[in-house]
Write a protein that binds this ligand. Structure first.
Ligand SMILES: NC(=O)C1=CN([C@@H]2O[C@H](COP(=O)(O)OP(=O)(O)OC[C@H]3O[C@@H](n4cnc5c(N)ncnc54)[C@H](OP(=O)(O)O)[C@@H]3O)[C@@H](O)[C@H]2O)C=CC1
Ligand SMILES: CC(=O)N[C@@H](CCC(=O)OP(=O)(O)O)C(=O)O
Length: 335
């Protein structure tokens, strides 16, 4: 049995993680943290979990977390996450980080896109990007796994196999993503207020969103040629789900059947990527760890469409998939 701690347990991604781990036969949740000092019960913080686990949320320091847990899931915002992880790692536990702190491997790139210096820059180059479909072997051995961002997961799973196979060009890739509001987390912000978000549809972070370098880093590494994607995220008035449409240039004359055949070959043994012939929708994957993906060729461009649940394959489900790999459990356990 692996003892697990969850930091930032009041948040949306932590709620999904707790729900998944309660069904995991090899995980025992031994600590849940919050910055609040009044030690709320889990069931009061997340009513859907009432009666499922008798545990209080506590304001614990890294030393106490490390005493209680073999594996720590860190569901904190970026910067806050690296501050605690740099204290945790020397104390021994393995860590799955939900934040963006250890996804990029270059400190200057992090500073440019995140507007502050990295709290633990020395460790950036050695961490593992936790997308099992691309980096499974490295995840198995790692003490620290950087769970991917939600938009990057949907984008990379659609494009990486096509770049690797030389079917699309690394130049001129356009990524258009749409996310439900839970993608922004539980902390209130003006644009997430009901009258602002409901019955509205907005683009944001045009040319400046921090997932741009993350997508580039992974596509360039895996595809073997530098990309410079144009990435535009959008907020959609739904609770959860991401749909990403990506446009790329074919590297040679090719039709949709050949693109779909390549994706099906690449993901033939993957439990959580379903290459579909029809057009996937966010509800096809709600509450699941699946990414559904399809492709078309339209007027000389390759169009891929991929969907995930941002809180599952985009966060908590990916974390459990990584946890299963790190501890040698069947990768699909509890998923
Ligand atoms: N939501 C999503 O779809 C996805 C989220 N992520 C990432 O996962 C992480 C968690 O996201 P999510 O669950 O949505 O976020 P939430 O805002 O829902 O929860 C984060 C929790 O962290 C705690 N927290 C907030 N600020 C600080 C701080 N400065 N220092 C310490 N603790 C803090 C809060 O708990 P308290 O106030 O109780 O202390 C809060 O409940 C983030 O890094 C996010 O970017 C990644 C992929 C998808
Ligand atoms: C809708 C919405 O606001 N989504 C979030 C992405 C959440 C995420 O994955 O962010 P991290 O890289 O920090 O983990 C955003 O655009 O900031």
């Amino acid at each position: 049995m692996v003892r697990v701690a969850i930091l930032g347990a009041t948040g949306y991604s932590a709620k999904e993680l707790i729900r998944l781990l309660l069904a995991h036969p090899e995980a025992k949740i031994t600590a849940l943290t919050t910055r609040q000092d009044d030690q709320p019960n889990l069931g009061d913080v997340h009513p859907v979990l009432r009666g499922r686990l008798d545990l209080k949320l506590e304001n614990l320091d890294a030393a106490e977390v490390a005493k209680r847990a073999d594996c720590v899931f860190c569901c904190l915002p970026h910067a806050a996450s690296a501050e605690v992880i740099k204290e945790l790692l020397p104390l021994g536990p393995r860590v799955v980080d939900f934040s963006a702190d250890y996804r990029l491997n270059d400190a200057a790139t992090y500073t440019k896109w995140y507007d502050h210096d990295h709290p633990d820059a020395a460790r950036m180059a050695e961490t593992v990007y936790g997308l099992p479909e691309l980096y499974r072997e490295r995840i198995v051995k790692s003490q620290l796994v950087a769970n991917p961002g939600c938009y990057p997961t949907s984008t990379i799973l659609a494009l990486a196999p096509l770049l690797k196979a030389g079917l699309i060009s690394a130049d001129g890739i356009i990524v258009d993503s749409k996310s439900g509001v839970s993608g922004a987390g539980r902390t209130p912000k003006a644009n997430l207020h009901y009258p602002e978000a409901n019955e509205n549809f907005s683009a944001y972070g045009v040319g400046s969103h921090r997932h741009t370098p993350e997508i580039d880093q992974v596509l360039s590494d895996f595809g073997g040629k530098a990309t410079e994607v144009v990435f535009t995220p959008h907020l959609v008035p739904m609770d959860r789900g991401i749909l990403t449409t990506a446009y790329s240039m074919p590297a040679k004359a090719i039709d949709a059947a050949a693109i779909l055949a390549e994706l099906k070959k690449f993901y033939a043994t993957e439990p959580f990527v379903r290459v579909v012939d029809g057009l996937p929708t966010t509800k096809d994957v709600t509450g699941t760890n699946y990414c559904d993906v399809t492709a078309r060729v339209v007027r000389g461009r390759v169009v891929t469409i991929s969907v995930i649940d941002n809180l599952i394959k985009g966060a908590a489900g990916a974390a459990v998939q990584n946890f299963n790999l790190m501890y040698g459990f069947d990768e699909t356990t509890a998923l």
